[in-house]
Design a protein around this ligand. Structure first.
Ligand code: SF4
Length: 366
């Protein structure tokens, strides 16, 4: 007779030791061989303005011999960040006008963001909240958190609470559990969603206690942010497996379309396939939000649509996120296509992906 727990609930092994420490200063990045000495002054100037952090796990993913390394590009400071391009703004998704109480953003009637802290495991050079996030933490005080949770309790139209930041998995398991518990006790909250870079950027943080903190009788979704297939390292896969085995949260994937990181059909295909292999469903592919100093990452929308069009038929619908732009006026996420149907000659015509591929393969005249 089998008298142990079913295989999927076997207690997870302890996470791997978190080797090394997070690099935050230009001097540390130079000493680690990630930046040349010649970049010191510029890197110091960038780090004085925007937070920098490279965790040991992310450091191990970088290839210092590759000047175009897609992992390094996401995290290492660059002098271009000090130049603000036309159209870039400090609050490109207009959070501030939709903030009823500190730490809450209420844009859509049925859902709202809760930002319990503004610290992250790493600081992405393209971050849309780069003017706000940093290691100082921006942690809501007990009174502020209480007021924010009160707001959720008093707002019955809100069915989905979305924990973001910063990164909510940077909270202590105890504090995170308290927040999840309190939200789960609100009768009108049906879904608790969390957005995090921790499983790929600092997987050792995904401890059994952190996994338990996500337990709820509500539907819990953890949206894992990753932009390149290599971010699904063996350590990250172990962290995701611990989350899965814990069973508290369903896993979704979110990415940003980034020049030099994932701006080809091959890179996107590899990314979405890596997500699915890790049992993470690709959910959103974001057009870059125009935060200050991020222009070097921007891929024009027409190019993004063409990339996704190329992918259609190459990957299954499971590997197909919705390509969206967060409206800069705070109006919410708009799907950007591409479209495969058009009304022509009084009827709907579709560009069936396989038919297009066959046409492309067919020999031309002559
Ligand atoms: S983890 Fe998210 S919030 Fe934090 S720096 Fe990166 S993009 Fe910004």
């Amino acid at each position: 007779m089998f008298d142990g727990p079913p295989p999927d609930t076997v207690p997870a092994p302890p996470p791997p030791a978190r080797r090394g420490r997070t690099l935050r200063a230009a001097a540390e990045l130079i000493a680690a061989g990630l930046l040349p000495e010649a970049a010191r002054a510029e890197a110091e100037a960038v780090a004085a303005r925007y937070a920098v952090a490279v965790t040991p796990a992310v450091r191990r993913l970088m290839d210092p011999a590759d000047p175009a390394d897609p992992i390094a590009r996401q995290y290492l400071p660059d002098a271009a960040e000090l130049r603000t391009a036309p159209g870039e703004t400090a609050d490109p998704t207009a959070d501030a006008p939709f903030t009823p109480v500190k730490g809450v953003v209420h844009r859509y009637p049925d859902r709202a963001l809760l930002k319990p802290l503004l610290a992250c495991p790493v600081y992405c050079r393209f971050c849309f909240r780069r003017e706000a996030v940093g290691p100082d933490g921006g942690v809501l005080s007990e009174a502020e958190l209480d007021a924010a949770l009160d707001w959720f309790e008093r707002t019955p139209s809100v069915r989905e609470a979305i924990l973001t930041g910063g990164d909510p998995l940077m909270l202590s398991p105890r504090r995170l559990a308290r927040i999840v518990e309190r939200l789960s006790a609100v009768p009108h909250i049906e879904i608790v969603r969390l957005h995090s870079r921790v499983p790929v950027a600092d997987p050792g943080r995904v401890t059994p206690a952190l996994v338990r903190a996500l337990e709820s009788d509500r539907a819990v979704f953890l949206c894992v942010h990753a932009n390149h297939a290599r971010e699904f390292s063996p350590e990250a896969l172990e962290a995701l497996a611990r989350l899965r085995r814990g069973g508290a949260a369903s896993l979704l994937g979110q990415s940003v379309l980034l020049r030099g990181v994932n701006d080809s059909a091959d890179a996107l295909e590899a990314l979405f396939r890596a997500m699915l292999a890790a049992r993470v469903k690709p959910y959103y592919l974001h057009q870059l939000d125009r935060a200050p100093g991020t222009a070097r990452f921007e891929v024009p929308i027409a190019e993004g649509r063409a990339l996704l069009r190329e992918l259609r038929g190459r990957v299954s619908g499971l590997a197909w996120p919705t390509y969206v732009l967060d409206s800069p006026d705070g109006g919410g996420k708009a799907p950007l296509g591409p479209d495969f149907a058009r009304f022509e000659g009084g009827e709907w015509r579709v560009d069936a992906p396989l038919r297009r591929a066959a046409a492309a393969d067919a020999p031309g005249p002559g």
